[in-house]
Design a binder for this molecule. Structure first.
Ligand code: NAP
Length: 288
């Protein structure tokens, strides 16, 4: 199925929403992009950068004539945006999102969309950087990246296929799975590493000798902590939206840290070597 839209409305013209707008334009898959958000300065910047063709801070105005609405706001803003969208959403207009956790946005949609719930097809592009806002956007962000679509029982197969086609036309590899499984997997591969990076940098920064420590930080520290430069609002929201799954992963990781601590205390060279070897092998087998 190919994708073409006469007008896409992007609510939240930050890194992800703006990158999708640029990618759809580059693919010749959209005639017109409308930006929407709470802040005119951000939307004006998106206009100057050629990301959106026009904009409004009023959702009712922004969605006029759009056949696809993409929600690209922080997780905890989703419910409010969906609630504003509900009364102005016309039949046949599709809504999708890019939120990093899926069960919470689905709960938001169930709470506020009423009989329009079937028009909402949830999705999550597994692509991003530690940067935010329209200036950080680029059209190639989703190429060869995975996008997970988590359809609802209320969705039509043709609507799900349209969202899949939208992501495929910007170069993404799309998979469908249920929202619970999505949140479990993403807690392990994305949410836990981000929270660990934030916590490591924060705890070192609060040590008395932090100036000294950071002066000698090199490549390993830079690689491990790059994601701690990510937007705190976005990550606060993701942490809360997927708190149950993240907590399970943290418990597991805490146990591993206790074993590691024991291996250090007992100077168990064999256990340390085996742990590092397993990790090295697993890391070398990964394809990004
Ligand atoms: P971002 O660059 O900070 O963009 C968020 C946008 O939402 C901004 O344009 C912001 O504009 C707007 N916004 C914030 N609160 C709003 C509200 N209450 N009502 C309307 N607009 C609002 O963030 P992003 O990285 O694009 O993330 C957007 C979504 O994508 C999040 O749900 C995130 O979980 C998901 N995601 C992110 C990544 C990633 O790596 N960054 C990857 C995959 C998915 P103003 O602040 O100017 O209002």
């Amino acid at each position: 199925m190919s994708f073409y839209s006469a007008r896409v409305c992007i609510i939240g013209s930050g890194l992800i929403g703006s990158s999708l707008a640029l990618a759809l334009k580059q693919a010749g898959a959209v005639a017109d992009v409308v930006g929407c958000g709470r802040n005119s300065a951000t939307l004006q910047r998106a206009l100057e950068l050629g990301i959106v063709d026009h904009y409004s801070t009023d959702i009712a105005v922004a969605v006029q004539g759009a056949d696809m609405v993409v929600l690209s706001v922080p997780m905890l803003a989703m419910r409010e945006v969906l609630a504003q969208l509900q009364p102005v959403l016309q039949p046949g207009v599709m809504v999708t999102d890019v939120g990093s956790a899926k069960q919470s946005v689905i709960a938001d949609a169930r709470a506020v969309l009423g009989d329009k719930l079937g028009q909402f097809v949830p999705a999550h592009p597994i692509a991003g950087t530690e940067k935010s806002g329209p200036d950080a956007a680029f059209a190639e962000l989703f190429r060869q990246r995975r996008v997970i679509v988590t359809p609802l029982p209320e969705n039509n197969a043709s609507d799900v296929a349209r969202v899949v086609a939208m992501w495929e036309c910007v170069g993404a590899i799309v998979e469908c799975m249920d929202a619970e499984h999505h949140d479990h997997v993403l807690a392990a591969t994305s949410h836990l590493p981000h929270l660990l990076a934030f916590t490591l940098v924060d705890s070192l920064a609060r040590m008395d000798e932090s100036h000294e420590i950071f002066r000698y930080a090199a490549g390993g520290f830079r690689d491990f902590t790059r994601i701690a430069a990510s937007d705190p609002t976005m990550w606060r929201d993701i942490a809360l939206a997927n708190s149950f799954e993240i907590k399970q992963m943290l418990l597991r990781f805490q146990h591993e840290l206790e074993v590691l601590q024991h291996d250090l205390e007992t100077k168990d060279a064999q256990a340390l070597f085996e742990r590092f070897s397993r990790a090295q092998q697993a890391r070398e087998g990964l394809q990004f």
